[in-house]
Ligand binder design. Structure first.
Ligand code: TEU
Length: 561
């Protein structure tokens, strides 16, 4: 890699899910004006960049990941003037703004798809992926990520179109150069407005194997994905987009990579490849999926989690660039998942933040994570709104799983766990809206909310603020290498970062019990300075220490003799 540091190497990014962030009125869902009204709060947290989930016009089947017009703002969220004002306010506060762009598919309400459907001879027909069925069955046995076949039959033309997600999200045909031009035009439009970059939705799925083979293997991950994940022309397509848009407009880009590999991500994010700035991968968020199945319950396997981070930290060091994240709008809340959302909530939320933020990469904070928001533990199926949750419920129920078991697994795994409204204060609806919220607010909002967090110097908020500041203050966090000090320990996660003469030691107790811990003989026994902790009065590291439940300690050693 040609190492040249860019602003995003040391920036921390905050993800906003507009529907659930802040309603400036009484509509019941968030809007752009609501976001603008909260920028001072984000500035106080210390983040450098905002990632805005889709705010384009959309029928909202998948909350905006089904775009019907890339050039318009969704009216429910406001107007283009509201967006321009948001961007201006971000920049005037010294915050950057990156947009989420969904270009693997469009809504079936997009005029391109409507034309493709109604005028099969139009050029737009080939903007999508159409195939003949085989003996009255879909062209392949590929499965949609949201359950069921990935193909939808069109009676009029007697052909099927591909949808890797909901049937209302038709996959675009990137083989068509005219379509690629249109996509570049869309990105150029937003770049010209002055946005600072893009988060590219499922970008490693854009190139499909044109032979459209059948899946012949079985298992939860054997759903046809190997024929379109990191597909044959994906690097070529990204290099083209980079040449046309990303480089000319100096954009930062983060690609969402579904079921990818380290080798692929080295290519995507190596500056010499001229593709993307960085990558999200999800391997660390599958350590509680038994056999790769999201819809089966299991605990976090810490040994596997550490092995995955070591693989990615070392594999991208001096090669490409990682995005670091625990949470997003598709994942359950991390404190409920790998921490404790009961008595140890605050300690475990801080520990998880520290474990992640002290690694190499660009950290992403998902709204509410910085105050330790939890899964809502909904009791009724009707409380869930997510298209995936309802599809899976229907599918599993038809296969014989009982309601109670389904509610347990959805309670842990539904994407709505992270989509409940942001908890601002203790007033009705947590201060999120003056109307009826589109998704219920978690019942714990009187205790867990921004107002209380800001009043409490020991809150998760101030710990995250500190983590963000440490990244600014200590280049070792951005630059250092990574070594796991106890990969086989099932309860603690301790790693060492080294940069020039400096060492950063990060010690985390991942359990609710005290554990003994020893400073390895191979490390200096003195000279450690505490830079971050989640309990008061923390000692120097030593050969015999007891770590308290979910304790987390970070020490710096400047290597002075
Ligand atoms: O998600 C891609 C994706 O594959 C997952 O995170 C997905 O939600 C999960 O595998 C389902 O179990 C992106 C967006 O982040 C998500 O919100 C969209 O629904 C999806 O793409 C389609 O655009």
């Amino acid at each position: 890699m040609t190492s040249q540091r860019q602003w995003w190497h040391s920036s921390t990014i905050y993800q906003i899910y507009p529907r659930s962030f802040c309603d400036s009125g009484s509509k019941g869902h968030g809007d752009i004006k609501g976001i603008t009204s909260r920028l001072d709060y984000l500035k106080q947290l210390g983040i450098g960049t905002v990632w805005l989930c889709p705010i384009y016009r959309s029928p909202q089947i998948d909350n905006g990941y089904d775009i019907s017009d890339y050039y318009q703002i969704e009216p429910a969220y406001g107007t283009m003037a509201d967006f321009d004002e948001l961007l201006r306010r971000c920049h005037s506060l010294g915050l950057r703004l990156i947009m989420d762009i969904v270009i693997n598919h469009t809504s079936t309400e997009h005029p391109w798809f409507q034309k493709a459907l109604k005028e099969p001879d139009s050029p737009e027909r080939d903007f999508y992926i159409w195939q003949e069925g085989i003996d009255g069955k879909p062209p392949t046995n590929w499965q949609s990520k949201f359950g069921g076949s990935a193909w939808q039959y069109d009676e009029a033309s007697k052909q099927y179109y591909l949808h890797l997600f909901a049937k209302e999200q038709a996959d675009l045909n990137w083989e068509n150069p005219k379509l690629r031009e249109q996509v570049c035009d869309v990105m150029r439009f937003w770049a010209k407005k002055g946005v600072d970059g893009f988060r590219l939705d499922v970008i490693n799925l854009i190139s499909k194997d044109q032979r459209f083979p059948q899946e012949t293997e079985s298992g939860p991950q054997q759903d046809g994905r190997r024929f379109y994940t990191d597909g044959p022309r994906v690097h070529e397509f990204l290099q083209e987009a980079n040449r046309e848009v990303f480089t000319p407009f100096k954009l930062m880009t983060v690609g969402e990579m579904s079921s990818t590999t380290l080798e692929q991500c080295q290519r995507y994010s190596d500056p010499d490849s001229h593709e993307l700035s960085m990558v999200f991968n999800f391997h660390h968020l599958k350590v509680d999926y038994p056999g790769g199945d999201k819809w089966q319950l299991a605990q976090c396997d810490l040994i596997s989690l550490k092995a995955i981070f070591a693989h990615w930290q070392q594999g991208l060091h001096n090669v490409g660039w990682n995005a670091l994240f625990w949470c997003n709008h598709d994942q359950p809340r991390i404190v409920s998942r790998f921490g404790c959302d009961g008595p140890h909530r605050v300690f475990s939320a801080k520990m998880l933040g520290t474990a992640l933020h002290m690694m190499q990469g660009t950290p992403f904070i998902y709204q509410g994570e910085e105050i330790g928001m939890t899964n809502p533990k909904f009791k009724h199926l009707e409380q869930y709104q997510d298209v995936e949750t309802h599809n899976i419920y229907r599918l599993k129920q038809s296969q014989g799983t009982c309601h109670q078991d389904l509610m347990a697994v959805i309670g842990d795994r539904s994407r709505d766990n992270s989509r409940t409204p942001m908890q601002w204060d203790e007033t009705p609806n947590a201060g999120f809206t003056r109307g009826t919220p589109w998704l219920d607010v978690a019942e714990n909002f009187p205790e867990i909310n921004v107002k209380r967090a800001l009043e409490d110097p020991d809150s998760v908020f101030y710990h995250y603020q500190k983590l963000i500041q440490l990244r600014r203050d200590y280049p070792i966090i951005t630059e250092g290498d990574y070594q796991d000090l106890c990969p086989e320990d099932p309860k603690s996660w301790c790693y060492l970062r080294q940069y020039q003469e400096q060492k950063l030691l990060v010690i985390n107790n991942f359990s609710a019990n005290p554990i003994d811990w020893q400073l390895p003989q191979s490390l200096p026994q003195t000279g450690w300075q505490l830079v971050c902790a989640n309990y008061p009065g923390s000692p120097e590291p030593s050969s015999a220490m007891t770590l308290r439940p979910y304790e987390s300690l970070v020490f710096l050693n400047n290597g002075e003799k």
